[in-house]
Design a protein. Structure first.
Length: 253
């Protein structure tokens, strides 16, 4: 197999794990990111573009380049996202709300908007959206993030209906608490907001799953590779949690 795969926010974190997993499966890799330092560390053979996922002009130009360079696109991983503020809803500013929703939701919309015509022309394709368990259960003190991730699921399900007749599938992965720098930031901010230690918050997240565990980025990446593969040829419109089975959506000790 030699599919052409685009991963947004693919230079680090979950996106980087996705890119590595697809590359290991023999696919061509193109990643976007706003982190130029991380983009500079991409392996030989990968393509990388610095673009903000919520910048319409930048994303449009990216897909024009993909069309010209690759001639098509087999799989899209719309993965770009930011954590947003950790605060009670009355303390969230409108600017912070808009910034969070812009990257998490509008970034997914723009990637799908420009990928759809390319995939329609080929009569096939797979779109994998990174949502969150916050998009299933809600998330106290994270209203902008939870709202955006719920909306990503609505977008995905609508696209599955719109694009299915053209042979294009759409699915969403909902990670739980994923080990890594972004989650460390969330833990620290939540500890401050709740008057707890970082370790107490960490333990609360782990105890809120039936498997008593955080998730590794590779777990998310493996699911993305499956969803984009022929093995999932009739899997579309699905919301798949990779979270160790969340039992308690309001983690606490």
């Amino acid at each position: 197999m030699n599919d052409r795969v685009l991963i947004t926010a693919g230079a680090s974190g979950i996106g980087r794990a996705m890119a590595e997993a697809f590359a290991s499966a023999g696919h061509q890799i193109w990643v976007t990111d706003v982190d130029t330092v991380a983009l500079a560390t991409l392996p030989a053979g990968w393509r990388g573009t610095c673009v903000n996922a919520s910048d319409d002009a930048g994303v449009s130009a990216l897909f024009a380049e993909i069309r010209e360079t690759w001639g098509g696109l087999d799989a899209l991983c719309a993965n770009a996202g930011i954590a947003g503020p950790t605060a009670l809803v009355e303390d969230v500013t409108l600017d912070d709300w808009r910034a969070c929703v812009s990257v998490n939701l509008e970034g997914a919309f723009l990637a799908a908007k420009y990928a759809a015509p390319i995939m329609k022309a080929a009569g096939s394709g797979s779109m994998v959206f990174t949502s969150s368990t916050a998009g299933i259960y809600g998330y106290p003190n994270r209203a902008p993030y939870a709202a955006a991730k719920w909306a990503v699921i609505g977008l995905m399900k609508t696209l599955a209906m719109e694009l299915g007749p053209f042979g294009i599938r759409a699915n969403a992965i909902c990670p739980g608490a994923v080990e890594g720098p972004r989650m460390e930031g969330v833990l620290e901010r939540e500890a401050t907001a709740k008057g707890m230690t970082r370790d107490q918050v960490y333990a609360g997240y782990a105890s809120g799953t039936s498997m008593r565990s955080f998730v590794e980025a590779a777990d998310i990446a493996n699911m993305a590779v499956f969803l984009a593969s022929p093995a999932a040829r009739l899997v579309s419109g699905q919301v798949i949690a990779v979270d160790g089975h969340t039992e308690n959506p309001d983690p606490k000790v």
